[in-house]
Structures are given as C-alpha cells and as structure tokens.
Design a binder for this molecule. Structure first.
Ligand SMILES: Cc1cc2nc3c(=O)[nH]c(=O)nc-3n(C[C@H](O)[C@H](O)[C@H](O)COP(=O)(O)OP(=O)(O)OC[C@H]3O[C@@H](n4cnc5c(N)ncnc54)[C@H](O)[C@@H]3O)c2cc1C
Length: 384
C-alpha cells in the first residue's frame, strides 16, 4: 500500500516525508506516537490564548540558504534577533559575555580600558574561548575568563548535565566564548526568527500532500515488527518491502536489551500571569542561583500581543525511561556512543531501513541542520 514509512513527525520525519512524496512520488505513511505532529517543535495556544512551545523554546536560525528557502514554502517568518540574558547578583547581563556585558560588570571606566585591551589583542568581532583568555599574560584578561567561568558557565552546566565541577570536561569549559562585539544577539546566523503563525501550522503544511498519510497516537512498535530471524520488516503482520525512516530512540526498537541510552530530560513548569510583562526578555538564564536553568517568556519570542503572559521554567533531570518522560539531550561520551553503535548495528540487517534524527542518531541537531539532513537522506532514496 505504501512505498515508504516514516516514524516520527518532528522536523526530521516531516521534511523527509515531504521530499519522498513530492519529489519521488512515493506514497508515505507517517506514524507519530504523540497526539500531535511537530515533535519537539510543537507549539499551541495555552488556556489563556498565549502561543507556547510545549517542549521548550525553539528559535529558528540558519545560514543555510537552501533550507531557509525550502522551509519558507511552508511559512512566513517573524524575524527577530534572539537575545539571552543571565541573572547574576540580581542583575540581567547579556550572554554570551560580550562588550556590553563587560561594561555592566566592570563599570564604564574600567570596561573601556579592558575593551581596548581585548580589541587590540583579538580584533573586533572575535569569539575568544576562555581557555585562550586564560593563556594571556595579563591578569586582568585572565580575570574576565574566571568571571565567565564562575558566573555564567559553571552552575548552569552543573544543572543542565547533572555534573559535579570535577566531572566537567576541561575541553568543553575552555570553549566557552567571550565575544568581542557590542552585538547582543545569541546566534550569529543570517536568518533568525519564528514561523509567523507558529511551528505547528508550518508542519501541517509540510505534511499536507496527497501522497502523505499521517497517523497520530500510533506507536510504531505496535504496528511494525522487525524480525531479526528473517531480516524482514512486517507492517500489521505483512511483509513491508519499501523504505523505512525511523526517527525515534534506537534502543527502544530492540527492547533496550543492552541497557538504556542515557539522556537528560526536562520538566517544564508553565505559569500564566495576569500582568503584561514578567521579565522583559524572551529568555533569562539562571546561571548562579535556583534549581531551574532558565525562564522563557513566550510573548517576547513570538511577538504575540496578549494582555497576560505565560512563562516556563526548565528543570533538567536524568531520563529514566518512565512513562511520560521525554529524552531530550543525548549524553554523548565515548561509552554512550559505543552503546549507541551497538544498537545502530542491529538495524543494518534490515534492508532500506534508515536512522534519522536527534533520537535515532543519538546526537544534538539544530532545526536547520536536521531539515538539511532529512532532505538529503530522502533524496538519496530516489532509487531504493
Ligand atoms: C529544550 C530544547 C530546545 C531546543 N531549542 C532549539 C532552538 O532554539 N533552535 C533549534 O534550531 N533547535 C533547537 N532544539 C533542537 C530541536 O528540537 C531538534 O533539532 C529537533 O527536534 C530534531 O527533530 P527530530 O525530528 O529529530 O526529533 P523530534 O522533534 O523529537 O521528533 C521525533 C518524533 O518521533 C516520535 N516518535 C518517537 N518514537 C516513536 C515511535 N516508536 N512511534 C511513533 N513515533 C515516535 C516522537 O514522538 C517525536 O514526535 C532544541 C531542543 C531541545 C531539547
């Protein structure tokens, strides 16, 4: 009945399904276990009419002209330069640490002298890892690195990854940047913003094609069987010989037989407030205090005009696989990557079966990179 089955309707699954249907005229069945499409990018209006991102704030940003043009077929954009601030000692300071942060932290006069030193040493516009600042002879420049490490990086990273300071990889620490510029934008990409009407309508349009059938609320593991005895894939008990793109967690395909792949998960605590503005910023990172990592105020992300405002606090925790938990961030290290490879190898016995996406590949991808990868994979299946 179908030429291809795509499991998952996040950006990986949705983009791949569209290419298979539109460019290769394949009939595609999309299976999605959640009650909605869009995966992590899903957004919806809450009870108060505020457009919220159910799985954390998602800001689209890219330098990839092709991906931008392709996605723009399914949405217009609300363009804005995303800025993030960190709450340190009761003050909101721009992050990544830049020349505006320098002024706020050190005061005008001292900052002017430090700015000159930084600009003369590294050049305007440079992104300098704190490891490099530490290697300078000048103790004042070294002190900037220490400030960034302690006030912006350390506690935030401990919360995010559940690590003790001694467990934090020095290679990662050293890469934390100081930006020699007055530009407060978090991302440097040419295009940044939000789908004008939200992500969910963008996904609806992407999946709206006569050759695509979407079934939501269906866990693929209930309808598909991977027979390791025969190397065959069965759909509702009958052999399926078309292409399969799987975007879910690869360990779950095999009953987690070698143990679960470790992930960090997040609890999102939403709150609606009957005030027009809570924090004046879309995202405030809590880098030295609180158990949550950040507060997002959605109206500042989406540009929506509403009387009240909805915020969300993010609490990271270790994913256990319990009902209702969602794996968010793969904990990539040599041991976990090896475990992943063991599971991925099991899929190789199935012909025309492809792992795609942040879960199936056990990797972090931004939306644009994920879309690009999905489009490329689907195009490569032209003759399969
Ligand atoms: C908190 C957070 C914030 C982020 N913010 C940004 C950002 O600002 N900008 C950015 O570019 N990127 C951001 N990302 C990354 C972005 O979320 C990913 O690039 C994107 O979600 C990857 O899409 P995907 O399709 O691989 O995965 P997902 O979006 O997770 O989609 C996978 C889908 O597969 C479904 N599925 C899984 N197993 C099964 C099964 N057995 N049967 C049926 N369906 C199944 C799931 O329900 C899910 O809908 C963020 C990620 C996180 C975690």
């Amino acid at each position: 009945m179908y030429d291809a089955i795509v499991i998952g309707s996040g950006i990986a699954g949705a983009a791949a399904a569209r290419i298979l249907a539109e460019e290769q005229e394949k009939s595609v069945l999309v299976l999605e276990k959640k009650a909605h499409i869009g995966g992590n990018c899903y957004d919806e209006e809450d009870h108060y009419g505020v457009l919220i991102h159910r799985y954390g704030p998602h800001i689209f940003h890219t330098n990839d002209e092709e991906v931008y043009a392709w996605l723009s077929r399914f949405t217009d954009w609300y363009a804005f330069g995303h800025e993030v601030v960190a709450k340190v000692d009761g003050e909101l300071i721009p992050v990544p640490f830049n020349l505006n942060t320098l002024k706020q932290v050190y005061g005008e006069e001292k900052a002017a002298a430090l700015e000159k030193k930084l600009t003369d040493t590294f050049g305007e516009g440079a992104r300098v890892p704190i490891l490099k600042l530490r290697q300078q002879q000048d103790p004042e420049i070294q002190a900037i690195a220490d400030y960034v490490y302690e006030n912006i990086f350390l506690r935030y990273t401990m919360k995010q990854w559940g690590q003790k300071p001694e467990e934090i990889d020095p290679a990662v620490t050293g890469r934390v940047p100081v930006v020699i510029s007055h530009d407060n934008r978090y991302f440097g990409d040419k295009y940044q913003g939000m789908p004008l009407d939200g992500y969910t309508p963008m996904f609806e349009k992407m999946l709206d094609h006569p050759l695509i059938e979407v079934r939501i609320g269906v866990d693929a593991r209930e309808v598909l069987e991977l027979s390791e005895e025969t190397g065959k894939v069965l759909l509702h008990g009958e052999e399926f010989t078309g292409s399969i793109i799987y975007t879910g967690p690869v360990d779950e395909l095999f009953g987690c037989r070698f143990g679960r792949l470790p992930y960090r998960s997040l609890r999102f605590d939403f709150e609606h407030l009957n005030i027009p503005d809570y924090q004046g910023h879309s995202v405030v990172n809590y880098t030295v205090s609180e158990d949550f990592t950040r507060i997002t105020e959605f109206k500042h992300l989406t540009g929506q005009k509403t009387e009240g405002t909805t915020i969300v606090r993010e609490y990271p925790f270790a994913y256990t696989g319990a009902e209702g938990e969602i794996p968010y961030y793969a904990i990539m290290n040599p041991e976990n990557n090896k475990l992943y490879e063991k599971y991925a190898a099991l899929t190789e016995q199935f012909y025309d079966f492809h792992l795609l996406g942040r879960l199936a590949e056990y990797k972090y991808y931004n939306i644009d990179a994920m879309a690009a990868k999905a489009i490329a994979l689907a195009r490569s299946l032209a003759n399969s």
